[in-house]
Ligand binder design. Structure first.
Ligand code: SAJ
Length: 422
């Protein structure tokens, strides 16, 4: 110590990890294929929004502890933090992990530690190790103590976007080693900045733990989403129903919404389904329930304007969750797009306080405009609340009268607040 650490992939997880290691004394070399990310980091700037990350990057870059480049350098430790999207058939696409492995292969001498942080299907860490030994047969990954051994471990990230710098330090972590030595070396590295417990296990258990955490949440949100449809059928308010059921000491139902967005919970359960399709019945159904919710919301909105010659819909929110600008896999965005298609004879007034312009997917639609909340409310024939942004909750709380148009409230921000008068 201090050792050199190469962090491959300077995205939402890689860059915060690189910056926090650099602020704890490691010499960190960030690697990214994207020039914009490399240039931003070398200038001490961050290429995306994340609270407190900017200070860490600016500080460590100015001290020479963190630099970025496009080629993979020689280092004592490699951390791979590249995306694992899914393919058409929902199987995990490991091509970014493979490309990162191929780029570090020529640098290996034996004695290095390679950590896979990317969310991975069961067996991906072993797959990475096999790729190393296939290309470099003089190296091994299962011969602890041998100078030709490369230690390989999986250490999945668990941080919540928007709270990354805090959760990197505070959350417990799981480290799965292909060998005990690999797990212990990875634990030593992470304990330099992580105050949580670091639990050691094997690689497949660590891979499954990460997928299980996000699947647990997906299944529980699917339960809430199914309840929202049932509640409507039986003519009751789902938000009141859940609030009351949660008064039971052993019941804790999550909140329904317009569907599940983001790049994690809507993706990771598929890795389990694709690995064991026969067994993962509940996990698959939950994905299907959550993926079908946007269509359900669209049909409710469309039903309210049936017969109008030129309907106007106020669509409140485009992001995948409150108070951020991130629209990855956002059900609010998908619903707005589908409304624009289904109501091509009408107008969709989108309100998204966290962006200055419409995203590309909506810009060419022709009948979608980005407007402020008062204009949308004034002109709408129907209001659909898609994201419980602070601005919308405040509006719901402070309203002095009920609008005289229907409100499709997917988040309960409207329903659970009472009009100040009237
Ligand atoms: N959502 C609901 N109802 C709820 C809670 C969430 O509909 O009661 C929706 C949100 O609106 C959003 C989606 O779920 O569309 C996901 O949001 P989130 O805030 O629950 O989670 P993410 O995707 O931002 O981050 C998750 C976290 N995982 C868990 O909480 C188990 C985070 O800790 C992970 O590190 C992250 O996935 C990841 O990278 O895997």
């Amino acid at each position: 110590m201090p050792q050199s650490v190469a962090v491959i992939g300077l995205g939402y997880i890689g860059l915060p990890t690189a910056a926090i290691l650099a602020s704890h004394g490691y010499r960190v070399l960030g690697v990214d294929v994207n020039d914009k990310h490399v240039d931003a980091v070398n200038a001490g700037r961050i290429p995306f929004v994340e609270p407190d990350l900017g200070t860490h990057v600016a500080g460590t870059v100015s001290q020479g502890l963190l630099t970025a480049q496009k080629d993979t350098p020689k280092a004592d430790v490699y951390i791979i933090a590249v995306p694992t999207p899914f393919a058409e058939d929902h199987a995990a696409d490991l091509s970014y992990i493979d490309a990162a492995t191929d780029a570090l292969l020529p640098q290996l001498e034996g004695g290095e530690l390679v950590i896979l942080e990317s969310t991975s299907p069961p067996g991906a860490t072993q797959h990475l190790a096999d790729r190393i030994t296939a290309a470099r047969p003089e190296l091994s990954t299962d011969a602890e103590g041998d100078p030709s051994n490369v230690d390989v471990a999986h250490c999945p990230e668990r941080v919540l976007p928007g709270r990354v710098m805090l959760e990197l330090v505070e959350n417990d972590r799981i480290v799965g080693g292909l060998t005990k030595q690999a797990a212990e070396r990875a634990k030593e590295l992470y304990s330099s900045f992580c105050h949580g417990e670091i639990y050691l296990t094997d690689a497949v258990t660590a891979e499954m733990a990460k997928l299980t955490e996000n699947s647990f949440r997906d299944v529980n949100i699917a339960f809430a989403n199914e309840l929202s449809i049932i509640a409507e059928k039986v003519g009751i308010d789902v938000f009141e129903l859940i609030e009351l059921a949660n008064k039971h000491p052993r019941v804790n139902i999550l909140q329904p919404g317009p569907g599940v967005g983001g790049h994690c919970i809507a993706v990771d359960p598929w890795f389990i389904v694709s690995a064991v399709p026969e067994q993962a019945q509940l996990i698959r159904t939950a994905r299907e329930v959550n993926d079908s919710k946007p269509d359900y919301v669209v049909s409710r909105v469309v039903a309210h304007v049936d017969g109008l010659e030129s309907p106007t819909v106020a669509a409140l929110g485009l992001a995948f969750k409150p108070d951020i600008d991130d629209m990855r896999e956002s059900p609010a965005l998908a619903i707005t797009q589908e409304l624009s298609r289904r109501l091509s004879h009408g107008t969709i007034l989108a309100v998204e306080p966290n962006v200055a312009e419409l995203p590309g997917q909506l810009r060419n639609a022709g009948n979608v405009r980005l407007v402020d909340l008062p204009e949308a409310l004034r002109r709408a024939d129907v209001i659909v609340l898609l994201v419980d942004h602070r601005e919308f909750k405040d509006w719901a709380l402070q309203r002095t009268s009920e609008p005289n148009v229907p409100v499709v409230d997917t988040r309960g921000a409207w329903t659970r607040s009472t009009a100040a008068s009237g």
